[in-house]
Design a protein around this ligand. Structure first.
Ligand SMILES: [Zn+2]
Length: 338
């Protein structure tokens, strides 16, 4: 009896081990890498990106370039390269493009990009975007733009790190991911428009854009909780994209998804007001994560001290589990709406 039990135990331990080995080869469960998204990392990076030293990251300014160099340094530290087909981490945008619609005398500027190649469908690209420019210095005051959009900037960098960790452990994404930090957003979504008109990877192969713009604060509608995020645009082109964010949230995050601003009749028209729109208008399923506006929106007090780091971390995790699903699912999200 004892011996038999022992044998059974050995047999069952062995089969568990086999099952685990098999499971680790598929990418169905992101839990281990969700845990790699760290509040401490996000906070540290945001205090740098939104420091006075970066001078409010006005498009084309020395402060913005300094922030860009810091971001590139972080990517290098994590062993994440610039994309295949590019010669460095920059997509250069000439001043002529930035001033074509309205001449604001903007100097040349750059989008910044990093890339993790997919293991099975490397030619299909998921874009994760956030703008890293802000409005600079006004009347001697640095507008730090910690929420707008320092929060999205560090979220994208932290997600890239988690995907790089997964890749090192043999669980890299099946599709390729382009981490795209766009410039010129505050002047009219210029950086994302430039990318969409000069894409490094064909638009037809771009399966979705996840855009993050302001996820570190709360608005007055949610005075009692920060456990929410506004989800905008997911179902405008693709029921798969909408279903994916709902399912991944339910499974791993359990945050209140607020679809109020997704109503096409909403007078704020946030759907047209951040960088995902330049992907959506080319028919790419696009989703925008947003915390709503608050008293410091485009004000001098949008500082890192005022960020709610627990909310920033949880929303970054939500974007990450969605990205994980899109990069690993069998079929790319269908475009079934116009
Ligand atoms: Zn913004």
């Amino acid at each position: 009896m004892k011996k038999l039990l022992l044998l059974l135990l050995i047999a069952s331990a062995y089969s568990c081990k086999t099952a685990q080995t098999t499971a680790s080869k598929d990418n169905s469960d992101p839990t281990k890498y969700v845990k790699a998204i760290s509040e401490k990392d996000l906070k540290k990076m945001l205090y740098t990106i939104a420091s006075d030293e970066m001078e409010g990251r006005e498009t084309g300014s020395p402060g913005q370039k300094k922030a860009g160099l810091y971001m590139i340094e972080q990517y290098k530290k994590s062993g994440i390269s610039f994309p295949k087909g590019a010669s460095d981490y920059y997509q250069h945008i000439p001043a002529a493009f930035l001033n074509a619609r309205r001449n604001e005398n903007l100097p040349d500027s750059e989008n910044i990009w990093a890339y993790i190649e997919g293991s099975e469908k490397p030619n299909e690209i998921l874009v994760i975007s956030a703008h890293y420019d802000h409005v600079g210095i006004k009347d001697g005051e640095v507008y730090n733009g910690a929420d707008d959009d320092g929060s999205g900037t560090v979220a994208v960098m932290e997600m890239a790190k988690a995907f790089a960790k997964a890749k090192k452990q043999g669980r890299g994404p099946k599709r390729s991911i382009l981490f795209l930090h766009v410039t010129g957003e505050e002047h009219g979504l210029h950086g994302s428009r430039f990318y969409s008109e000069n894409p490094l990877f064909p638009i037809a192969n771009t399966i979705a854009d996840i855009n993050i713009d302001m996820i570190g604060r709360r608005d007055v509608e949610h005075a009692n909780t920060n456990n929410y995020v506004y989800v905008i645009g997911a179902d405008r082109l693709s029921s798969d994209l909408h279903n994916a964010v709902v399912a991944q949230n339910e499974k791993y995050i359990k945050m209140d998804l607020d679809f109020k601003f997704n109503d096409p009749k909403d007078p704020n028209h946030f759907y047209e007001r951040s960088d995902h729109y330049n992907f959506a208008k080319h028919g790419i399923p696009s989703i925008f994560f947003f915390n709503g506006v608050h008293e410091d929106y485009h004000g001098k007090d949008d500082t890192p001290e005022k960020i709610e780091y627990d909310a920033l971390t949880k929303r970054t995790k939500l974007a990450f589990v969605l990205a994980w699903d899109l990069a690993n699912r069998e079929n790319r999200p269908v475009v079934d709406k116009k």
